[in-house]
Write a protein that binds this ligand. Structure first.
Ligand SMILES: [Zn+2]
Length: 69
């Protein structure tokens, strides 16, 4: 996992699919889809952290698969 240790806080984006390391493509600011395995994720931005939820049409938001401060 990469991290930037200094500099101003910039909008965080999860760029790699947690399931296959493919490239995530953002449909909107919060909706991302993996270009390789077509897994769908929702990027939830909270006050001071970012959560990446796995989304399925059957179950909706299922679990947090990645997080960042
Ligand atoms: Zn993937």
């Amino acid at each position: 996992m990469t991290s930037e240790s200094s500099g101003p806080r910039t909008p965080h984006h999860f760029e790699d699919c947690p399931e296959c390391d493919g490239d995530l493509e953002y449909q909107t600011q919060s909706d991302a889809m993996c270009q390789d395995c077509e897994a769908v994720f929702i990027h939830e931005i909270r006050t001071s952290r970012h959560l990446l939820w796995r989304f399925t049409h059957e179950d909706g938001l299922t679990e947090v698969v990645a997080r960042a401060e």
